[in-house]
Design a protein around this ligand. Structure first.
Ligand SMILES: Nc1nc2c(ncn2[C@@H]2O[C@H](COP(=O)(O)OP(=O)(O)OP(=O)(O)O)[C@@H](O)[C@H]2O)c(=O)[nH]1
Ligand SMILES: [Mg+2]
Length: 329
């Protein structure tokens, strides 16, 4: 078991612009969310725009049906798309309406469907707060951990990372590089070490060094691999033995480009790993950003952060209003 204490880089090197996760409601957040949702918005707006003539269009059954089909294409799912269609029908049926009015109503409906409580990371009454990060292979776990750790570090918190993906040496190296960039501590195990033992050591290290936050990486796994899902349960149990009430968060990282597939992942993981929140990574690379709606609708799990790129600052707190506006404005 190795414990590395990274030297903090010089102020010049480490003076990354702080994470925008605190931009809540500001123009900065909205413009970043708009940027991240560009691909989804392009598909959606082109699709919906096509339905409306410049002088406006009559809202009748044919238009409502077309609208429904086009909303479904963003992977928002039949339930949310039907809800939006029904609201448009309720407000506008039989009237000639301009595109802007419809878009505003769709955005309002979307925001309402996405509204959620507990968007902040749940912190422990007494530090450290322990966050376990899980998800399928390549969904964006390690990168999201790097960005999240940077966010906490920038806001003055002492962070310890745990390289719980002991499956591949490269996975450990990837997290070590993040810790060096950020200037935070990291606990690593020997190759092929039991990930639960790395998790245990990480929590122990966080306690001993009076850290505020421990964030533990895990190897990617499929929600259908029962042995690997049991391994996650073991990691959770071991963490809980070291520190009561931990882990305080189990974040499921979903790849937004997976669209509807992300939903079956969310189901499997939330049942087996007891997830408490979602990080939706790679929203910038996806035309299927609408997938947030069925995730919220079906799992009741809060979406806490979204990934908007590969950079250290490309993680923002999920904000339903900014999301809805970014998608439809
Ligand atoms: N564009 C974009 N790329 C991202 C984002 N998050 C992660 N990536 C990229 O996605 C790829 C996989 O990211 P990782 O963080 O290694 O994913 P992982 O879940 O840890 O992967 P495994 O450990 O192999 O399961 C990398 O090339 C990342 O740079 C994001 O928000 N936007
Ligand atoms: Mg990884």
């Amino acid at each position: 078991m190795a414990f590395w204490r990274s030297e903090k880089k010089s102020d010049k090197e480490s003076s990354q612009p702080t994470s925008s996760a605190d931009d809540g409601g500001s123009g900065g957040l909205l413009s970043r969310m708009r940027g991240g949702l560009q691909k989804t918005r392009r598909v959606l707006n082109t699709d919906i725009r096509d339905l409306f003539k410049s002088e406006g269009s009559l809202v009748d059954d044919a238009l409502l049906e077309q609208l429904f089909a086009r909303l479904v294409r963003t992977d928002m799912g039949g339930g949310p798309a039907a809800k939006i269609r029904d609201e448009i029908a309720k407000q506008y049926r039989g009237r000639v309406v301009q595109l802007d009015e419809i878009l505003q109503t769709i955005a309002d409906q979307t925001r309402q469907m996405l509204e959620q409580e507990h968007t902040d990371i749940q912190t422990a009454d007494q530090p450290p707060t322990v966050i376990l990060v899980v998800g399928v292979n390549g969904s964006g776990k390690t990168t999201s951990i790097g960005k999240l750790a940077n966010h906490f570090h920038q806001s003055g918190k002492k962070v310890v990372l745990g390289a719980g993906d002991t499956f591949r040496a490269a996975a450990v190296e990837q997290l070590v590089i993040w810790s060096q960039r950020i200037g935070c501590d990291i606990v690593t195990g020997k190759p092929q070490a039991d990930p639960a033992s790395v998790a245990y050591q990480t929590v122990q290290q966080a306690i001993e060094t009076n850290a505020d936050i421990a964030i533990i990486d895990t190897a990617g796994r499929l929600q259908t691999q029962s042995n690997l899902m049991q391994e996650l349960q073991k990691i959770r149990t071991v963490i809980g033995k070291k520190l009561e009430a931990a882990p305080h968060e189990v974040l499921l990282v979903l790849d937004a480009t997976a669209g509807q597939n992300a939903i079956s992942q969310a189901k499997g993981f939330s049942e087996a790993a007891g997830c408490t929140g979602i990080v939706l990574a790679k929203l910038d690379g996806s035309a299927k950003g609408g997938v947030v709606l069925p995730i919220r609708e079906q799992f009741g799990l809060p979406v806490k952060f979204v990934g908007l790129g590969e950079g250290i600052d490309d993680l923002v707190k999920f904000d339903p209003a900014a999301f809805a506006e970014g998608l439809f404005s």
